[in-house]
Ligand binder design. Structure first.
Ligand SMILES: [Zn+2]
Length: 109
């Protein structure tokens, strides 16, 4: 390993170190790997799509036929739709969130 000068305090530090031992200056910012970037993007896109689904579901229900809502059909559709969306959100969002957490940038110390 090579020694470099810390830009903050000018002390010699290893070029593989995460931060300066002397002043704590961050020399190498931890980066997300390619897998981590993919999971982060998927997680963001997935949550965005879920929010859109919720909005369109409730927008659809508010536009529904008033006679249908009197019969309770809209309420049933709303409960079923919300249940399905929440199920999808947990079933897919949870593993994605876990993978996103596992592949997060780590400080190499
Ligand atoms: Zn330093």
């Amino acid at each position: 390993m090579a020694l470099i000068k810390c830009p903050e305090c000018s002390k010699d530090v290893s070029d593989t170190t995460y931060k300066c031992n002397n002043c704590g200056f961050i020399l190498n910012k931890p980066k997300r790997g390619v897998t981590g970037k993919i999971f982060k993007a998927l997680f963001i896109v997935f949550n965005f799509l879920m929010i859109i689904s919720f909005i369109s579901l409730y927008y659809g229900l508010s536009q529904a036929d008033p006679q249908a809502s009197e019969s309770g059909a809209t309420a049933v559709a709303g409960v079923a739709g919300t249940g399905t969306l929440i199920f999808i959100w947990i079933a897919l969002g949870l593993p994605l969130g876990i993978m996103n957490y596992i592949t997060r940038p780590k400080a190499y110390e």
